[in-house]
Design a protein around this ligand. Structure first.
Ligand code: ATP
Length: 247
């Protein structure tokens, strides 16, 4: 395969589960500074695609290149070190720790062989925690126990924990599920800010939200790409209306 200028280049990707192709010869390119949204009906393969990119699921065939480096043979935790961050639908924060601690333990050096406990809180880390807390709108809640945050704030904290690792590719699965209208607005603003300098991929069903945030929309169906383009383009595409938007 040739080198590409894209941050992420997925080519001819396939994964089979007992003979069923959940991802079927899929090719997708994502730029740096891009916020890509993936939409499609239930079972289209959206989550499986992110699982393949982050290394949770092993590809049966094809290629996933990140900054021109082949990822398919690389384990999940090593892909994290290479700058790939993934947020799942359910927040996995430390409910008993403060917002500050949650961010602090997510600083990459905190995950040394000695673990987070022996990790001393340097000024660099404090500054980074403060900057990230401001970014996710939790600058005034640093001392609060994470378990006491609202559902939306917990989602932002988890995004913050990923940002502590300065990922170059950030993938988010339905980030606004269960959020209030105001929290959705703030999340849209947050995503628009954090895609600068990196690539962000979001799986989303809420079309109003997709319209607010997407630079480009990829529509998946039966493990393949059905359409790709601007929101207007995919919304007026008869194939997309037929399998997804018309329902
Ligand atoms: N580990 C697995 N073993 C067997 N089948 C799987 C596995 N993971 C996913 N699948 C199947 O692959 C297909 C794609 O699932 P996936 O969860 O990726 O779809 P999706 O587009 O994310 O759907 P949704 O919008 O409902 O989350 C489904 O038919 C699913 O049942």
């Amino acid at each position: 395969m040739s080198n590409t200028d894209f941050a992420l280049a997925v080519e001819d990707l396939t994964v089979s589960f007992d003979g069923f192709k959940a991802i079927d010869d899929l090719t997708l390119y994502v730029d740096k500074d891009e916020l890509r949204v993936i939409i499609g009906p239930n079972g289209a393969g959206k989550t499986t695609l992110l699982d393949l990119i982050c290394g949770r699921t092993k590809a049966s065939g094809g290629s996933i290149k990140f900054k021109n480096e082949e990822l398919t043979g690389i384990e999940e935790y090593k892909r994290v070190r290479k700058g790939i961050g993934r947020k799942f639908q359910t927040p996995s924060i430390y409910e008993n720790l403060s917002v500050f601690k949650n961010l602090e333990v997510s600083f990459p050096e905190g995950r040394s062989v000695f673990g987070a406990l022996k990790f001393s809180c340097t000024d660099t880390v404090k500054q980074r925690v403060n900057a990230v807390a401001q970014e996710i709108g939790l600058g005034d809640a640093l001392d609060m126990e994470a378990g006491l945050l609202s559902h939306g704030q917990k989602q932002w904290l988890e995004i913050g924990m990923l940002l502590m690792q300065e990922p170059e590719l950030l993938m988010l699965d339905e980030p606004i599920a269960g959020m209030s209208a105001r929290e959705r607005e703030l999340t849209a603003d947050l995503l628009k800010r954090i895609c600068i300098g990196r690539s962000v991929i979001v799986i989303e069903h809420d079309m109003d939200f997709v319209a607010q945030i997407a630079h480009k929309v990829t529509v998946m169906h039966q493990g393949k790409i059905l359409a790709e383009g601007s929101m207007e383009e995919v919304q007026s595409n008869p194939k997309v209306i037929d399998v997804y938007l018309g329902h």
